[in-house]
Design a binder for this molecule. Structure first.
Ligand code: ADE
Length: 257
């Protein structure tokens, strides 16, 4: 997967060299480039913002540098006659999916992480201040898919941290990134439930015991216990998730729990 990030704070992305994301970059699973928006400014002050039309506090990001950045990173449309002369060139001509983190966006979820993991090219535009001039997104939408995406109901200084979160959620879904792909199947949100609690050795720690069933070796009982714990946890912490489960995904025992 190719990923481009545009930001006025490229330094925010230093952690993307670490851990499993760093490894995915090193082995070519993730081809990631971070770009400084100010590279597309032309004045001595490298200005990227201005006061909002209509008044109000704060500053808004001006459209010109963003327009140039998106033109540089999102290749032009394929030839109108649709001719394919060179396969590599025609693949490169598919516009990326543009993601713009914003508290006014649609909610980022595990389902969206799966959707994004199937894209060949993601382009992230990190807004700061009161956001990016809306015309940048409206214009981009004439030639590529644009999604404003929110991490949750709170406001960050800018999109950078949101991009780190989204990229981590997406990268771990790319084929070959997780050593044990089975963990994807059992984790929280995989089946619309929160994951059951996990334990490791020692069996007793500071007077707290690992539940007996997990030490029983009885795989049927263990699976049932984990399912019950997942249901109880989800009911207590995320009743909205439980309510959204399709009834056919619950078995008789679930309903009793
Ligand atoms: N930028 C500012 N706040 C944000 C949020 N909650 N989610 C995504 N991007 C943001």
């Amino acid at each position: 997967m190719r990923v481009d990030i545009v930001s006025i704070f490229p330094e925010y992305f230093a952690p993307l060299d670490l851990s499993l994301i760093g490894k995915a970059r090193a082995n070519g699973t993730l081809r990631l480039a971070v770009h400084d928006l100010r590279a597309w400014t032309h004045d001595v002050h490298r200005t990227v913002d201005d006061t909002p039309y209509g008044g109000g506090p704060g500053m808004v990001m001006r459209p010109e540098p963003w327009g140039e950045a998106l033109e540089a990173l999102a290749p032009a449309e394929p030839a109108p006659d649709g001719t394919i002369r060179d396969r590599a060139a025609s693949e490169a001509a598919v516009p990326p999916r543009l993601l713009v983190p914003s508290p006014a966006g649609v909610r980022f979820t595990q389902a969206m992480a799966h959707e994004l993991a199937a894209e060949p090219h993601l382009l992230f535009a990190c807004g700061r201040y009161e956001g990016i001039d809306q015309r940048v997104l409206d214009h981009a939408a004439t030639r590529m898919r644009v999604t404003e995406v929110s991490l949750g109901d709170y406001v960050l200084f800018g999109g950078e941290v949101a991009v780190l979160v989204i990229l981590e959620a997406v990268t771990r879904l790319l084929p070959g990134v997780l050593g044990n792909a089975g963990s994807l199947d059992e984790e929280s949100h995989a089946h619309g439930l929160l994951e059951a609690p996990m334990y490791t050795k020692p069996a007793t720690w500071r007077g707290h015991e690992v539940p007996e069933v997990l030490r029983s070796g009885d795989h049927g009982r263990i699976a049932r216990w984990r399912r019950d714990e997942a249901l109880l946890r989800t009911a207590a912490r995320r009743p909205d998730m439980l309510a959204a489960l399709p009834p056919e995904s619950l078995d008789k025992r679930d309903r009793a729990a």
